[in-house]
Design a protein around this ligand. Structure first.
Ligand code: NAP
Ligand code: GCO
Length: 263
């Protein structure tokens, strides 16, 4: 359907050598977009390019740390020169540090905020001028359950993702008149390298307690997969969402709606 087509569009997905970003970028390519991605070092970029090729996708990869404004500005200029003006930005790159707040160093807190909140600001700021000039664009920020909820050990991540929710709403507010839509995608608990520690089997082979906890908290009674995010991500990147702005689309199997199964 034309509404959901990304034909002729150029999409930059940050931190997309693997994981959620990679799945979204593959979905965008299959919907017709030209895929551009960055990652933190050449090794990851090379691995990413090979992974896209294995999917039959010719992706453009760049080494760029999203927290470094000079690197980001140089990357966007290089993309515009080599590929074209970016139509769709997905701020996906992110980290998490699971440390009890009273034990977390300020430098560790700052690092999470820098990558998960300052990074999306820097990259969105870099792509806005061209989107404003062509009077159109899509910015999609990868938020989280922690944009709404807290839990033990993730103070920095929750602060960053809560801030990212409001940055999303502010970009929507400030740039809607340029036909730029900025929305958030809020994944639930997704099986990727980032959550692997929460799913590791116990020494006796039993499931990780957190694994069981998430199953009980999710009406769908399963972890999400990166592929569960692809359709919603295409929706937010396509013309089908041209009047959706400042919205956080949670793709969580129902976690936020559910008190949880009685033990
Ligand atoms: P992941 O597997 O850890 O992948 C994150 C990617 O971002 C990696 O390629 C990572 O590179 C890259 N990255 C980290 N710091 C970067 C920087 N400074 N500049 C550029 N790239 C950088 O994570 P994921 O599970 O796919 O998550 C992707 C996004 O979804 C994150 O924003 C995460 O917070 C969010 N999210 C994840 C879940 C979940 O359950 N998995 C749920 C909700 C939201 P390295 O390999 O070098 O670290
Ligand atoms: C955690 C998890 C979560 C997920 C995701 C949930 O430790 O609680 O890593 O934060 O990554 O953000 O939406």
């Amino acid at each position: 359907m034309a509404h959901f087509s990304l034909e002729g569009k150029i999409a930059l997905v940050t931190g997309a050598s693997y994981g959620i970003g990679f799945a979204i970028a593959c979905g965008y390519a299959k919907a017709g977009a030209t895929v551009v991605f960055n990652d933190i070092n050449q090794d990851l970029v090379n691995k990413g390019i090979a992974a896209y090729e294995a999917e039959g996708i010719r992706a453009h990869g760049y080494v760029c740390d999203v927290t470094n404004e000079d690197q980001v500005n140089a990357m966007v200029a290089q993309i515009e020169k080599e590929v074209g003006v970016i139509d769709i930005l997905v701020n996906n790159a992110g980290i998490i540090k699971r440390i009890p707040m009273h034990e977390m160093k300020a430098a560790e807190f700052r690092q999470v905020i820098d990558i998960d909140l300052n990074g999306p600001f820097i990259v969105a700021k870099a792509v806005l001028p061209s989107m404003m000039k062509k009077n159109g664009g899509k910015i999609i920020n990868i938020c989280s359950m922690m944009s709404e909820l807290g839990r033990e050990t993730v103070s920095a991540y929750a602060a960053a993702k809560g801030g990212l929710k409001m940055l999303t709403r502010n970009i929507a507010s400030e740039y809607g008149e340029y036909n730029i839509q900025c929305n958030g995608l809020g994944p639930g608990y997704i099986a990727t390298p980032q959550t692997a520690p929460l799913r590791e089997k116990q020494a006796d082979g039993s499931p990780h307690p957190f694994d069981q906890f998430i199953i009980a908290k999710t009406p769908a009674a399963r972890w999400g997969t990166p592929e569960d995010l692809v359709g919603p991500a295409i929706f937010l990147a396509s013309e089908a969402s041209n009047f959706v702005n400042g919205h956080i689309l949670y793709v969580d199997g129902g976690i936020l709606a559910y008190i949880g199964k009685q033990p």
